[in-house]
Structures are given as C-alpha cells and as structure tokens.
Design a protein around this ligand. Structure first.
Ligand code: ATP
Length: 385
C-alpha cells in the first residue's frame, strides 16, 4: 500500500523500497512506499530500530536501497550520482556533525563553497543564514563549535543544512541532545524558520510529543520500516489506526490533542458583557438577563478588563475581579485549561487577534468543544507559528 497524500504536489516518492544490511536476518526496511508532500514537515516517529534513520539515509543515498525506486520532483533519482543528489538535499543530525576545527562561518559555507559560489555570495549567504537562525553574525561568525552552547550548535547545524538552499531538508533527531526547555524553544524557532523557507522536510524522532508539535504529517513506523499510520497529528491522536498506534501514542493522547485545537479555529461561546461605564442599574438589568455567574466588563475598544461576579462572596464584597490574561486565536484548548487551573478561575476570556472580545470558556464549554472538534483533513494549510 502506498502511504500517499491527497491533493498536494509530491516532492519525494519512495516506491517499494527495501533495504537489507549485510548479515541481517530481517530487512531494516522491507517494502516501503511513501509520498512526501512539498513544503511540509513529515515526521518519522517510532521505536528504536524500526528503520526511520535507514529510510532517511535512503532518501539522500547515504545508503543505497537493495531494491525499489526513489523519485524527487517526479524524477527517478535512484541512479543519479549521489553527490549531485545531496546538493539538493540538506542534512542535519543529532550532535550537529559540525566540523570542530572550522569556524561557524566555514561550517555554514560548506555546501555553498562546494557549489562554487564566489566569496561575496558565500559571505552574504552565511550572514543571512545566521540571522535566520537567530545568531548575530558579528558575534558568531568567527567562533568555533566548542565555543557555542548545545542549542547554538544545533542552530548552526540547521543553518549549514540550509546552506545551498536545498529543496529538501532531512533532520535526524536534530534536537535529541537538547534539554526539554531549550528543546521546545528550538522547535518553535525551527517552525518559525520553516514558515519563511517552506522546505520539504523529513524529520526523524522517537518522541511523539515532538512529532505532534513539528509535523504537518506523521508517519508512524513499526519494525521493518512499515508505516502503521500516515496522517495529520490531529487524526493520529483522535483516531489511531490500530492497537499498535494507540499504544505508541499512549495515555497522554487526549491531552496532546488539546494542544492542537486552536481557539481561532473553534466556535467559542459568547458571554454576557457590559461596558466599563455601566452603572448599578445597568449591571442589575444585565444580571437579570444573564444565566451565568458573572458578567464580563469591556472597555471602549471591546477589550475585556474585569469580571463582575453575580453570586457568592465576591458579589457580596462588591468587587470586580481582574481578567488575569485572556486567550487569543493561536492559543489552544490546552492553554485555556492550563490557564484556568494555574490561576484557579473557572472561566477565561477569549479575544480575537486585536485583543477584542470574542467570548469566554468554562470547563463545560471546553469539554463540549473537545467532543465536537471533528477530524481535520490532511490537506490543511502548512503549519505556521
Ligand atoms: N549499518 C548497519 N548494518 C547492519 N544493520 C544496521 C545498520 N544500520 C542499522 N541497522 C539495523 O537496521 C534496523 C533499523 O535501524 P535504523 O537505524 O534505521 O532504526 P531507527 O528507527 O532509526 O532506530 P533509532 O531510533 O534507534 O535510531 C535496526 O535493526 C538496526 O540494527
């Protein structure tokens, strides 16, 4: 079965690929057919030894398939000289693989120099890439890898992989050695870069959270390079294809799914509001019409400022309660829940891109949004941050 995509252009097509290493009783990749869409991030995820790295190395022919064909942009590249192919494909790996005795600039310049670019063009490209990955060229150009933090080295690794402006970027556990906090920052940074460069990216990880965060699409591998499910993160979490996938994504799947449900894409319930200058009579009239335990106060620009409690001790004290931060369109249901729990409030205001009132969420409405959020089609827009 080909694990394909719907209406997108296919950048890479693996056609019945098999790879047996010498002396292996079972092939590392038995019979894999897979289409990778252009300009998206496809994440290979799965347990150790299931053939993720082998598949990735087959794409840029660091290793040769035992049988099967590989197509890049519709052209069969299985017989193309490997060095020619690799210029079109950037490669970034864990531990960065930077040359220790070369400066940051020299490392990033590797492919541009190989391509025969002149000095001025190479220098301009190095600086452009350093800027792109958030490293100030003046500070970092002349440093050596050991003079950088792990995260900075990883950024240089990404910059180097992008050096010759390849169509395709292969990334093998690029953030594997980074601590969780910096790792999340690097992931976000990388998604920001991708929203600018729009490369076709194959990203290997064994971490399902990283796969969900990074992937436009996830290929979940099982032993022998089999793809157990190839789908959007949303669909894999919501509808695992079988018991193997369900086990791999584990018990945290519903929580992970929450983080994919963005408020901007959901129907947020309205909430009764009053203006900032409302007097007691207006508040009383609004309260009489209101089935909630509080009214939301908006300023003249319709931005939420505070809550007026209608019941309980807060009401008796006659105090307004501060809004304590509202949720925007790019916040997720997970963020909304987290906010409620960490601020110990039962309701959170939701605003639009400009910070204006959209509605509000309570636990009950979060629950019903989770239940009604349907499947999303795999052909959704590329992930942006
Ligand atoms: N050079 C090699 N020679 C022989 N066997 C190999 C070689 N490289 C990988 N293998 C075997 O092929 C299988 C697939 O390995 P591969 O590295 O592709 O898995 P992986 O999914 O990337 O694993 P991990 O997450 O541990 O990196 C494993 O059984 C591995 O032992």
């Amino acid at each position: 079965m080909t694990h394909g995509t719907t209406d997108e252009r296919t950048a890479i097509r693996l056609d019945r690929i098999r790879k047996s290493y010498p002396g292996q009783t079972r092939a590392a990749v038995e019979d894999l057919s897979l289409e990778i869409p252009e300009g998206r991030i496809v994440v290979f995820v799965g347990p150790s030894g299931c053939g993720k790295t082998t598949t990735m190395k087959l794409i840029n022919r660091l290793i040769e398939p035992t049988s099967g064909r590989i197509h890049l942009d519709g052209t069969d590249v299985t017989e193309m000289p490997a060095h020619q192919l690799r210029r079109r494909i950037g490669y970034a790996i864990q531990q960065t693989g930077l040359f220790p005795h070369r400066t940051v600039a020299d490392n990033i310049a590797t492919v541009p120099k190989m391509l025969g670019w002149n000095k001025a063009r190479v220098t301009a490209r190095v600086d452009e890439l350093l800027q792109l990955v958030g490293l100030e060229p003046g500070t970092f150009r002349a440093r050596y890898p050991k003079q950088l933090s792990g995260g900075q080295q990883q950024r240089v690794g990404v910059a180097r992989a992008l050096g010759g402006d390849p169509q395709v970027l292969l990334m093998d556990e690029p953030f594997g050695a980074i601590d969780p906090l910096n790792r999340e920052a690097l992931q976000n940074e990388f998604l920001r870069i991708q929203s600018q460069v729009r490369k076709t990216i194959v990203f290997v990880t064994h971490d399902i959270d990283e796969a969900v965060r990074m992937g436009d699409r996830i290929a979940l591998f099982s032993q022998g390079g089999r793809v157990a499910q190839y789908d959007t993160p949303e669909n894999i979490l919501a509808e695992p294809a079988d018991g193997y996938v369900a086990d791999f994504i584990g018990a945290g799947a519903s929580v992970r799914r929450l983080s994919l449900l963005l408020l901007g894409e959901l129907a947020v319930p309205d909430w009764p509001v009053i203006g900032q200058s409302a007097d007691d009579a207006e508040v009383a009239a609004a309260a009489a019409r209101c089935a909630r335990d509080r009214l939301l106060v908006l300023d003249a620009d319709r931005r939420p400022t505070s809550w007026v409690p209608l019941f309980g001790p807060d009401r008796e004290r006659g105090e307004k309660l501060p809004v304590q931060g509202s949720m925007g369109p790019r916040d997720s249901l997970f963020d909304a829940l987290d906010h409620m729990l960490s601020t110990n409030t039962s309701v959170v205001a939701v605003v639009d891109e400009e910070g204006r009132h959209r509605g509000a969420l309570e636990m009950d409405s979060v629950r019903s949004l989770i239940n009604t959020a349907g499947r999303r089609e795999p052909s959704g827009p590329p992930q942006e941050v």
